[in-house]
Design a protein around this ligand. Structure first.
Ligand code: FAD
Length: 396
C-alpha cells in the first residue's frame, strides 16, 4: 500500500509531543511520532510522582482530542481554591473558583496518566509510531528560507522525509541541537522534592503554597485525601531532606508547612528534580520547530511547565486549522514565524515572572519581606486583580 508523504515528524512522545502528534493527525495531516523509550504505562496502584496542576484550557484541548473523559474517569482531582502565603512577610492571597463562576480552577493529574491516554489514541488517529527510536541526524534544504523539507535519520536505520519536524524531545533536545538552535539557561541551584503525603486535616480541594526563604512549598490536593508535595530547596538542603529517616522527614515537612493541614505523613518514596530556567533563543529554524521543554523550561512554582507546552500545541493546531480553512500553505515560513513569535513572547514573559517571584520570595531581606506582605495583602483584598491573574495563568 503506498502512503502519502509525511507532513509532520514529531520527535519526543512526552505529554507535549504526543498531544501535538494527535492534534495534527486529527487535522488530517500525515504524522509520525519518534520516541526514544517505551512510554510508561499508568496503573492506579502506582501513582506517578510527577503530577501537574492542569489548567482548564488544556483540559479543553484534551477534550477536543477525545482523551479528557478517559483521564478524568481514571484519576484527576479537581481543585477549587488556591491559598498562597509568605513565611515572614505576612499577607495571604486566595483564589476561589466561585470568583470566576467555575466549578474548579483546574485538576491535579499524573504525567504517566496523560501520556498513557494520549498514546492509546495515536494508532486510531493514524499516527505512525517509531518507538523506541532516537533521532541521530537531520538535514534540511533551504533552512535559511524555510522553503525545503526535512530529512531525519533514526538510530534504527529508518529515514524520514517530512515537510515539518517538531522538536518536543525535552530540555536536552537532540533535534534542537541538530537544528543549531541555542538556549539561554540559568541554574536556580534548587531542586524540587516531590512525594505523596497524608495530612491530619482535609486538603479541602485547595492547592496550598507557602513561600519560605529557602523556596516555595506546595501541597496539591490528590485523591483519597492525599496531597502531592513540591518542596523547593537549595541543592544541599534537598539532598539532606531526601536522606532523612521517614519520621524526621514527616516532622520537618509538618513544621515547614506550619502544620496548616495538621500532621504530615509521607506515603510514597521521595524524588527530586533540578530546577532551571532555559529559554531557546528562537523556536524555528527553517522547517524545524521547538515546543514544550525543548523550547522553555520554567520554575515549577506556578505549576505551568506542562501547561505552557500544551499551549504551544494549541496555538500550532489553531494556526494550521486557520490555514487549511483558507486553503493556504499551513507550513509557510511567515505562518511558522508568527506562531514562534507568539509562543516565545508568552513563554519568556511567564518564565521571567516566575523568576521574579522566586527571587522576591526566596530571601530574608527586610525590604523584600515588607514588599511581599504588601503585595500579597493587596492582591488578596482586590478580588478582580486576583481573578485577572488567575485567568491569565489558566488560559481562560
Ligand atoms: C521529576 C519531575 C517532576 C516535575 N514536576 C513538575 C510539576 O510538578 N509541575 C510542572 O509544571 N512541571 C513539572 N516538571 C516539568 C514537566 O515535567 C515538564 O515541563 C514537562 O514534562 C514537559 O513536557 P515535554 O513533553 O515537553 O518534555 P518531556 O516530558 O521531557 O518529554 C520529552 C520526551 O522526548 C523523549 N526524547 C528525548 N530525546 C529524544 C530523542 N533524541 N529522540 C526521541 N525521543 C526523545 C523522551 O524520552 C521523552 O519521552 C517536572 C519534571 C520532572 C523531571
Amino acid at each position: 500500500m503506498s502512503r502519502r508523504g509525511l507532513d509532520v515528524a514529531v520527535v519526543g512522545g512526552g505529554v507535549v509531543g504526543a498531544a501535538c502528534a494527535l492534534s495534527l493527525a486529527k487535522l488530517g495531516l500525515e504524522v509520525a511520532l519518534v520516541e526514544g523509550r517505551e512510554p510508561a504505562h499508568w496503573s492506579a496502584g502506582t501513582p506517578d510522582l510527577r503530577v501537574y496542576a492542569f489548567a482548564p484550557d488544556n483540559a479543553a484541548l484534551f477534550d477536543n482530542l477525545g482523551v479528557w473523559d478517559s483521564v478524568r474517569g481514571a484519576r484527576a482531582q479537581a481543585y477549587r481554591r488556591m491559598r498562597v502565603w509568605d513565611a515572614s512577610g505576612g499577607g495571604e492571597l486566595s483564589f476561589d473558583a466561585d470568583l470566576l463562576g467555575r466549578d474548579q480552577l483546574g485538576w491535579i493529574v499524573e504525567n504517566n496518566l496523560l501520556t498513557d491516554r494520549l498514546w492509546a489514541a495515536l494508532p486510531a488517529a493514524g499516527v505512525r509510531l517509531h518507538c523506541p527510536a532516537r533521532v541521530e541526524s537531520m538535514e534540511q534544504d533551504g533552512a535559511s528560507t524555510g522553503t525545503g523539507g526535512v530529512r531525519l535519520r533514526l538510530d534504527d536505520g529508518t529515514r524520514l522525509e517530512t515537510r515539518l519536524a517538531i522538536a518536543a524531545d525535552g530540555a536536552d533536545s537532540t533535534l534542537r541541537q541538530l537544528a543549531g538552535l541555542q538556549v539561554s539557561a540559568h541554574d536556580y541551584r534548587q531542586r524540587g522534592v516531590v512525594a505523596f503525603v497524608e495530612t491530619g486535616k482535609s486538603h479541602e480541594q485547595t492547592a496550598w503554597q507557602r513561600f519560605l526563604p529557602s523556596g516555595p512549598l506546595a501541597f496539591l490536593p490528590f485523591v483519597e485525601g492525599r496531597s502531592s508535595i513540591v518542596w523547593t530547596l537549595p541543592n544541599e538542603e534537598a539532598d539532606r531532606v531526601l536522606a532523612l529517616q521517614d519520621d524526621a522527614f514527616d516532622r520537618e515537612l509538618t513544621r515547614a508547612f506550619e502544620a496548616r493541614l495538621g500532621e504530615v505523613h509521607a506515603v510514597s518514596r521521595r524524588a527530586a528534580f533540578p530546577l532551571r530556567r532555559q529559554l531557546a533563543d528562537a523556536y524555528v529554524s527553517g522547517k524545524v520547530l521547538l515546543m514544550g521543554d525543548a523550547a522553555h523550561v520554567v520554575h515549577p512554582l506556578a505549576g505551568q511547565g506542562v501547561n505552557l507546552g500544551l499551549r504551544d500545541v494549541a496555538r500550532l493546531r489553531n494556526a494550521i486549522a486557520d490555514a487549511q480553512s483558507r486553503r493556504a500553505d499551513w507550513s509557510s515560513p511567515h505562518r511558522l514565524a508568527r506562531w514562534a513569535r507568539e509562543c516565545r513572547s508568552e513563554n519568556a514573559a511567564a518564565a521571567y515572572a516566575f523568576d521574579g517571584i522566586n527571587q522576591a520570595f526566596s530571601n530574608d531581606d527586610m525590604h523584600a519581606t515588607l514588599l511581599r506582605g504588601f503585595a500579597l495583602g493587596m492582591a488578596g483584598k482586590l478580588p478582580p486583580l486576583a481573578a485577572l491573574f488567575w485567568r491569565k495563568a489558566s488560559g481562560l
